[in-house]
Design a binder for this molecule. Structure first.
Ligand SMILES: CC(C)(COP(=O)(O)OP(=O)(O)OC[C@H]1O[C@@H](n2cnc3c(N)ncnc32)[C@H](O)[C@@H]1OP(=O)(O)O)[C@@H](O)C(=O)NCCC(=O)NCCS
Length: 196
């Protein structure tokens, strides 16, 4: 849907997609149909602090990135980062310098020189989950990697992260191997792959 600022907002409910053109009195009713509004856009450097705070909420100590690690990933060659921005007044972490901007999640991906894509991380805040944000971020990254001539994509996820495994299975990823002790807390990782 297009909001009053001209941004495309995604919403799982077709009914709720009309809420911005309806009267204010109906907004609260229609919000029940669409719990989270969001729009995808490219990362901007001013988002960095917010993304780091989101990562701290999404992963346990030892797996969550330090600021230096996250900075290195978003700045690396052939890397792109897509952000899911919350609707006006919606859920998400507010940017301290831009009170009207809230971010619900993000994905960082890289296209290597051999035509293989890598999902470095995907993070959706707990309050935004099961609303299609992760799927939209993953779909956007897959499409961008296809455009960059990648024909495969892979990623690592912790063997005890059942939500992520269900999520990736739903999107056609299959486990190819296990890397013992991959994470700094000693947890093993599955490597998952998908043809694009
Ligand atoms: C994994 C993650 C990115 C999914 O994001 P999301 O926005 O909740 O995903 P979606 O709403 O698009 O979910 C799509 C489907 O994935 C599956 N799924 C997602 N979370 C699930 C869960 N907790 N349990 C079971 N299935 C789940 C479901 O099939 C879901 O469809 P449904 O809601 O219609 O049943 C999110 O849970 C997250 O950020 N987790 C913390 C960080 C992380 O583990 N990242 C991945 C490892 S790198």
């Amino acid at each position: 849907m297009i909001n009053q600022f001209g941004t495309i907002f995604f919403c799982p409910s077709g009914l709720a997609a009309s809420k911005f053109v309806l009267g204010a009195a109906r907004l609260s009713v229609l919000r029940l149909e669409c719990l989270v509004d969001f729009a995808l856009r490219d990362f901007q450097s001013v988002d960095f602090e917010t993304l780091w705070r989101i990562d701290q909420k999404c992963f346990p100590p030892g797996i969550a990135y330090t600021k230096a690690e996250l900075k290195a990933y978003v700045s690396a060659a052939r890397v792109f980062t897509v952000v899911a921005e919350g609707g006006p007044g919606g859920a998400g972490i507010a940017d301290s310098g831009r009170e009207s901007v809230t971010i619900l999640g993000f994905i960082i991906a890289q296209a290597n020189r051999r035509g293989i894509g890598h999902i470095i991380t995907i993070d959706v805040l707990p309050e935004g989950r099961r609303s299609g944000i992760g799927s939209s971020l993953l779909g956007a990254a897959e499409q961008r990697l296809r455009n960059l001539h990648c024909d495969r994509i892979y990623l690592e996820t912790a063997v005890d992260n059942m939500a992520a495994q269900k999520f990736y299975e739903r999107h056609g990823y299959a486990v190819t191997k296990t890397i013992p002790g991959y994470y700094s807390n000693g947890v093993d990782a599955f490597v998952l792959m998908k043809d694009l």
